[in-house]
Design a binder for this molecule. Structure first.
Ligand code: HEC
Length: 309
């Protein structure tokens, strides 16, 4: 029996920020970077900035179209978050490994999508200390005192480490509850479990009682996106995959609600099925009041969101 076992179970010590706050990038990481790293990593003249720009700004990576209800954004993420947690990691595909043989990333996270899905070697148990704060380049540079005399200490250090050891969540509970409840034909018609976000009940994990009508459990009406009218017109629309696209301009024009978001339902019902058993896309060109145009691509059966000009 070792020392720790002889001592018996110990009470957990809550972190300095208490037990009510959830962990997110914007609350736990960016303020620490601004405070300790900005003088080099946010100064365009500095070599550090060229190596890793830590100015908080929208990312252009990480999504395949417009972000629902935020039509100006092409990514739900910000930088430097995206750069620190990924290294252009393909979904389910292999990527460059670091010296600990895990998919390489500055934050030291464990990137599930960085492993190929067909190689049995990827199912092997990782040796201890392969990922997270003990081997994180971010934590090392921030806290070791060995990186250009920077030393993050106290609660700032604790917050940075907690974020890495929770595998780098972008949004926490507080941010997620700012999102609208989902409004889509596929979720509106599966009672009694109606998915909720903004109005999701706060579950006491020691008294879980989630079955039944989610509306009753939540006790508040849904909070849905206010779908504004918009003045874009549809110029053309094609639907298909690979090199097989059919013209569906007339059908999409007819279905278009004239609002920011149109629920098109099952695309095959709208347009027929140009290629069976293949996930298809709908490409729509919109024309704005000032004569400019923009083309947006929607994955099969997703709502059509008119991009901002
Ligand atoms: C006094 C200037 C200075 C400060 C302050 C500074 N850095 Fe750096 N950092 C650099 C320079 C210069 C480089 C590029 C050369 C190198 O790696 O040392 C760099 C590189 C890095 C890299 C490597 C990026 C890559 O792609 O390899 C990371 C990670 C990093 N810094 C993290 C931090 C963090 C986190 C902080 C704040 C807690 C910080 N740095 C504060 C000067 C600084």
């Amino acid at each position: 029996m070792n020392m720790a076992m002889k001592k018996g179970p110990q009470k957990l010590t809550p972190p300095s920020w208490g037990t009510e706050e959830s962990i997110s990038y914007m609350r736990f990481v960016q303020p620490v970077l601004d405070k300790y790293c900005g003088k080099c990593h946010q100064d365009p003249e500095n070599e550090a900035y060229k190596k890793l720009n830590m100015v908080c700004r929208p990312s252009t990576h990480g999504w395949w179209g417009n972000v629902m209800s935020r039509p100006n954004d092409s990514s739900p993420f910000c930088e430097p978050y995206y750069t620190m947690v990924t290294g252009a990691c393909p979904w389910g595909g292999p990527k460059k490994r670091d010296e600990h043989n895990v998919p390489a990333n500055i934050a030291g996270l464990f990137i599930v999508e960085g492993y190929g899905t067909t190689d049995p070697a990827n199912l092997a148990t990782l040796p201890p200390y392969s990922a997270f704060s003990p081997v994180s380049r971010l934590i090392h540079n921030a806290c070791s005192g060995e990186h250009h005399d920077v030393k993050v200490t106290g609660e700032d250090r604790e917050r940075l480490i907690a974020w890495v050891d929770c595998n780098g969540p972008y949004l926490g509970d507080e941010e997620i509850r700012q999102m609208y409840d989902p409004d889509h034909y596929s979720v509106n018609n599966i009672p009694p479990v109606r998915p909720r976000i903004a109005t999701a009940p706060i579950i006491n994990r020691f008294d879980i009682n989630q079955e039944g009508d989610s509306e009753k459990v939540a006790g508040v009406p849904l909070k849905l996106f206010n779908n504004e009218p918009c003045d874009a017109e549809i110029v053309s629309a094609v639907y298909g995959a690979n090199d097989k696209f059919v013209d569906v301009t007339q059908q999409v024009k007819k279905a278009y609600s004239g609002k920011r978001i149109t629920q098109l339902g099952m695309y095959n019902n709208l347009a027929g099925d140009p290629i069976v058993n293949v996930i298809k896309t709908l490409k729509v060109t919109f024309k704005y009041k000032d004569g400019s145009t923009k083309t947006a691509v929607f994955q099969e059966n997703t709502p059509m969101v008119v991009p901002a000009k």
